[in-house]
Design a protein around this ligand. Structure first.
Ligand code: FNR
Length: 366
């Protein structure tokens, strides 16, 4: 890796994509069907420009903020993304260590290749970290409950209930490449071995697994009755659903479209964010993910009212590029970029980033 110069997340994507085999690269990088939403997640940022204030003392800029009741070093954490050991053998363990060393949090996917305990202890051994456990709404409630009990016993802080996946989105690449989990990898959180998974195509594995008769009333009171962990809903894109999250007493929402991997054609998360922030009225926390590739992107989402941003693919690219060191490089790049953006816009603390920090322009750049 020393011969490459990685200055940006785009550089990291390019370097990582060269290292991944075609099937793995397609699996990680693609969105669903026509790829409209995955593209717009990124292009939405270019409809905003910054309104910098000058001659502000920015020598002591403070990038830290609070997530899950603890201070993190800057407002970026790592989203739950499954199958990280396909990108690097250390997979989620490496991601957990890198997050802990940088002082940010991580959500563990149900499709993690390492157990909750292993991912937790890798992080705790490396620094300060809080974890969320990501859960699908599953048909098998008993298994769901075992996952929750384990996560709570291991000290996870929150549940991310992924609400946008009653059925799987259609990703053509997985069909074309006959995507299957590579030999030797398992899904211990879902109590599945490689053999269990490889016996079926990806679709056969997952159809009938997620709960398509899920509902707010079915899921949230039940979760509340069995856990004290924070409950966050991942995959909210509208004011209406934000209001329901408030009504059901959820601790927070992640404005997310699953990185453009579920329903193609839904709004970019940056565009959905303002209505969700407004509907939340400060009664539930609002975070966001999808397409964040620079510190300026984080800054724009904070100006639109998000408390924290999350990234999926950039962590995978870091892993593929250089394992734990690659994830650390990704986080360092984003942190430095974010700090510099605060300095050059004259913001001393996160609280200084407000609506007044942004101007919206027309989509054609005028
Ligand atoms: C995901 N994502 C995801 N989300 C979730 O709730 N459970 C999961 O198991 C996964 N798995 C997963 C795998 C891969 C390879 C990707 C790329 C994504 C979605 C993820 O949490 C997040 O919402 C997006 O990745 C954010 O968009 P960016 O940062 O990848 O653009």
């Amino acid at each position: 890796p020393v011969s490459d110069t990685i200055l940006s997340i785009a550089d990291l994507e390019e370097a990582a994509s060269k290292k991944l085999g075609r099937t793995a690269k397609d699996f990680y990088n693609s969105g669903s069907t026509e790829q409209v939403t995955i593209r717009e997640n990124s292009t939405a940022f270019s409809r905003y420009r910054l309104r910098p204030r000058v001659l502000v003392d920015v020598s002591g800029v403070e990038t830290s903020t609070q997530v899950f009741g603890r201070t993190i070093s800057f407002p970026l954490c790592v989203s739950p993304a499954g199958l990280q050991a396909m990108a690097h053998p250390d997979g989620e363990l490496a991601t957990s260590r890198a997050c802990a060393k940088r002082g940010v949090n991580m959500a563990i996917s149900s499709y993690s290749n390492y157990s909750i305990q292993a991912v937790r202890s890798a992080g705790i051994g490396a620094g300060l970290i809080s974890h969320a456990i990501q859960l699908y709404t599953m048909k098998d409630r008993a298994m769901q409950e075992r996952i929750i009990r384990t996560a709570e016993a291991e000290g996870c802080s929150a549940i991310f209930l992924t609400a946008d996946s009653p059925v799987l989105g259609v990703r053509y690449n997985e069909w074309r490449n006959d995507f299957r989990t590579p030999e030797g990898l398992a899904y211990p959180i879902l109590e599945k071995t490689t053999e269990d998974i490889r016996r079926q195509t990806h679709d056969g594995t997952f159809v009938g697994f997620n709960q398509d008769s899920h509902s707010w009333d079915r899921e949230i009171p039940w979760l509340r009755s069995i856990t004290k962990m924070e409950i966050w809903i991942k995959g909210v894109l509208t004011a209406e659903d934000t209001e329901l999250a408030v009504k059901h007493g959820c601790d927070g929402i992640i404005v997310s479209n699953h990185g453009g991997r579920q329903l193609d054609g839904v709004m970019a998360t940056l565009d959905a964010l303002p209505e969700c922030v407004e509907a939340a009225q400060g009664k539930t926390r609002v975070h966001v993910d999808g397409g964040f590739r620079s510190g300026t992107d984080i800054f724009k989402a904070l100006a639109l009212g998000a408390e924290c941003c999350w990234v999926g693919r950039p962590a995978i690219w870091g892993l593929a590029y250089d394992g734990e060191a690659g994830v650390s490089l990704m986080l360092e790049t984003m942190h430095n970029d974010f700090r510099r953006c605060m300095q050059l816009t004259g913001c001393q603390t996160i609280g200084d980033i407000t609506k007044a920090s942004l101007a919206r322009i027309d989509s054609d750049g005028r």
